[in-house]
Design a binder for this molecule. Structure first.
Ligand SMILES: [Zn+2]
Length: 127
């Protein structure tokens, strides 16, 4: 990844962290998406923030592959239950050193969910 690509990725990661604004209506606080207008953490499929997060995850998957991560296309969990792994989710978030049967690691089979696992590696303390 070039320096420019790294800078663009960092800028995009910073921007997608501010996908909502808070507003009060009729005595209740709402979190509204700047792009799609959905509320309280929900987004439409065409939401620009969702698309940006998918691009971040795609860029990370390429970078991670170069660093020895295994790109994951979906399927049955590839490691024994309890083996600690680091994973990259479709939304660009990482989960670090959790046992394979952990609740955040249920999306080995892809369902087009933000938590689908798109890359993984054995956790550092086992390599
Ligand atoms: Zn949205």
């Amino acid at each position: 990844m070039t320096k420019l690509e790294t800078k663009l990725l960092l800028a995009l990661e910073s921007i997608v962290g501010y996908d909502t604004y808070r507003t009060e209506y009729d005595g209740r606080m709402y979190e509204i998406c700047h792009s799609c207008g959905d509320q309280d953490g929900n987004h439409s499929d065409s939401c620009e923030y969702v698309q940006a997060k998918a691009l971040i995850a795609e860029a990370k998957a390429i970078r991670f592959a170069a660093a020895g991560w295994v790109q994951w296309g979906g399927g049955k969990c590839p490691v024994a239950k309890g083996v600690r792994v680091d994973v990259l989710h479709r939304n660009g978030d990482e989960s670090v050193s959790k046992p394979a049967g952990h609740k955040v690691f249920r999306n080995w089979g892809h369902t087009n969910n933000p938590l689908d696992i798109v890359a993984y590696r054995l956790a550092g303390d086992q390599q």
